[in-house]
Design a protein around this ligand. Structure first.
Ligand code: ZN
Length: 423
C-alpha cells in the first residue's frame, strides 16, 4: 500500500517533473518529499534527546551499527534543510552524513566515538508552534549492551516508498551529505492493492494427510484456497495469486519463489493436519521459528543477490558483516509482522467460532515460510484425522466460514500496516 505521503506526487506530469528537477537544482529540492528543518539535542541527566523537525509525520527506521559506532535513521526521501547542527555533549558525534539510500528512501548517519544505546524512538505530530518530530532518546552503553542491542530496529519503514523492484532503476550510490539534496523526484506512484499469495498445501503426487473420510488434504486445501481467493477478490481491496489452482505438485522452495517473484505483501499457506489420535481437532497457525530461520537466512544470502532480498536496505553500500546483520534485521522485521498476522488470525478464528488448539499460535521451521521479505503464515485448518473435522473441511459452508475468518484477519493486518505508516 502506498503510504499517504506518496499521494501528493501522483499527479505529477512530465512538465511538472521537469519543473521539480529545476527546483531541485536551484532550491535544494524544497518542493520534494519530506523536509528535515532542524536537528536538536537536549540533555536530560544521563540521557540525550535528539529531535528531528519535519514538515510532516513520516515512517522511520532507526538502529545502530559498529566499526565505527553509528546511529542510523532511515526516512522517506527527504530534503535536508537542517543547517549547522549544534553537537550535544553526549554522545560525542564526530560526523553527520545524509543521502539517498535507494529511490524513495533517505538515510542519516551519525558517527559517534563510543557505544550508544537507543532507549526509544518515536514520532510526535505537529502542535501549536512545534513541527512534526522524530524523537530519539539516547544514552551511553557498555560494549556488551551495544552488541546486544545492535540488531534492534525501532520503527517501521515500508519498502513501498521505493518503486517496485521490477521497475526500479539501480539506486544511486549512497553519498556524503553535500549530495543529499540531489534526491531525484519520486517516480509516479501507482496505487497498488496489496497482493496476497495463497498457497494450497500439497497437490499432485503429494496428497498430504489422508482424511478419516477418505478425502485427501491436497483437495481440501485447494478448495479452501479457491474460496479464499473468491472472498478476497470480492472485497475489491486485494490482488490474489495462487501457487497452484489445480491438482499439481509444487516444490516448497518454488512456492516461496513464486511469492517473491510476484512481490507478495502476504503469504498464506493452507494445510490440514493429521495425528494418530483421531480425537484431536482444532486449527493452529504457524510462523517461522527463529532458530530454524538463521541457517536458512545464511543459505539464502549465499544463493541470491542479497541486495535484492532485503526490502529497504541497500546492502551494496555496507561491508559483508554488516550486510549479514542487516539481512537478519530485515528477516526479524518480517517475522514480527508474520507473528502479528498469526495472532490476528487466532483472534478472528475465535471470533468466527472456529475451534482452535489450546496454543493456537506456534512456530516451526516450515520451508514454505522462509521468504525473508514477505510476512508468511501457515494455517493448519483442522485435522484430517478427526472424522468430524475432515467432514467439515470437505464442506463448502465450513470453508466459507474459514475464508471469512482469514479474510477478516487479513483486513485487520493491513489496517495496522496502514496505521504504522501514518504513526
Ligand atoms: Zn500439509
Amino acid at each position: 500500500m502506498p503510504p499517504l505521503h506518496f499521494f501528493r506526487h501522483r499527479f505529477l506530469r512530465p512538465a511538472g517533473l521537469l519543473l521539480l528537477l529545476l527546483l531541485t537544482f536551484f532550491h535544494a529540492g524544497q518542493a520534494l518529499a519530506l523536509d528535515i528543518s532542524d536537528v536538536r539535542f537536549g540533555a536530560h541527566g544521563e540521557k540525550t534527546r535528539m529531535v528531528l523537525d519535519m514538515d510532516e509525520m513520516a515512517d522511520f527506521r532507526v538502529f545502530t551499527l559498529s566499526s565505527p559506532y553509528r546511529i542510523v535513521i532511515d526516512l522517506p526521501a527527504f530534503n535536508w534543510n537542517a543547517g549547522t547542527i549544534e553537537k550535544p555533549v553526549n554522545p560525542n558525534i564526530t560526523a553527520v552524513r545524509h543521502g539517498l539510500l535507494k529511490p524513495g528512501i533517505s538515510r542519516i548517519v551519525f558517527d559517534v566515538d563510543h557505544p550508544v544505546n537507543i532507549h526509544a524512538a518515536f514520532t510526535l505530530p505537529a502542535q501549536s508552534n512545534k513541527a512534526s518530530r522524530l524523537v530519539l532518546d539516547l544514552g551511553p552503553a557498555s560494549e556488551a549492551l551495544f552488541e546486544r542491542n545492535k540488531g534492534k530496529i525501532f520503527g517501521m519503514l515500508s519498502d513501498e516508498y521505493a518503486p517496485p523492484a521490477a521497475t526500479a532503476q539501480a539506486p544511486p550510490p549512497y553519498r556524503e551529505a553535500s549530495l543529499g539534496a540531489m534526491t531525484p523526484p519520486k517516480p509516479q506512484s501507482v496505487i497498488v492493492k496489496p497482493l496476497i499469495v495463497i498457497d494450497p498445501g500439497h497437490g499432485g503426487v503429494d496428497p498430504g494427510a489422508s482424511g478419516a473420510n477418505g478425502v485427501y488434504e491436497r483437495a481440501v486445501t485447494l478448495a479452501l484456497g479457491k474460496e479464499l481467493r473468491k472472498q478476497l477478490l470480492a472485497t475489491g481491496r486485494y490482488r490474489v495469486e495462487m501457487t497452484r489452482d489445480t491438482d499439481v505438485f509444487i516444490k516448497l522452495a518454488d512456492r516461496v519463489k513464486f511469492a517473491r517473484k510476484h512481490n507478495a505483501d502476504l503469504f498464506v499457506s493452507l494445510h490440514a493436519d493429521s495425528l494418530e489420535n483421531g480425537k484431536v481437532s482444532g486449527a493452529s497457525i504457524y510462523t517461522l521459528s527463529e532458530k530454524a530461520s538463521d541457517a536458512q537466512t545464511a543459505k539464502l544470502a549465499a544463493r541470491e543477490n542479497r541486495a535484492d532480498l532485503v526490502a529497504g536496505i541497500d546492502l551494496s553500500v555496507e561491508d559483508k558483516d554488516v550486510a549479514n546483520i542487516l539481512l537478519d534485521l530485515a528477516m526479524r522485521d518480517t517475522m514480527n509482522q508474520s507473528k502479528f498476522f498469526a495472532n490476528t488470525l487466532v483472534g478472528t478464528f475465535k471470533s468466527h467460532s472456529l475451534k482452535t488448539l489450546d496454543t493456537p499460535h506456534r512456530s516451526a521451521g516450515f520451508a514454505v515460510l522462509k521468504a525473508p521479505d514477505i510476512p508468511s503464515v501457515l494455517i493448519e485448518t483442522g485435522f484430517m484425522s478427526n472424522r468430524r473435522e475432515a467432514d467439515l473441511l470437505n464442506n463448502p459452508t465450513h470453508r466459507k466460514k474459514l475464508g471469512k475468518a482469514i479474510l477478516s484477519g487479513i483486513d485487520t493486518y493491513f489496517e495496522q500496516v496502514r496505521k504504522n505508516q501514518k504513526i
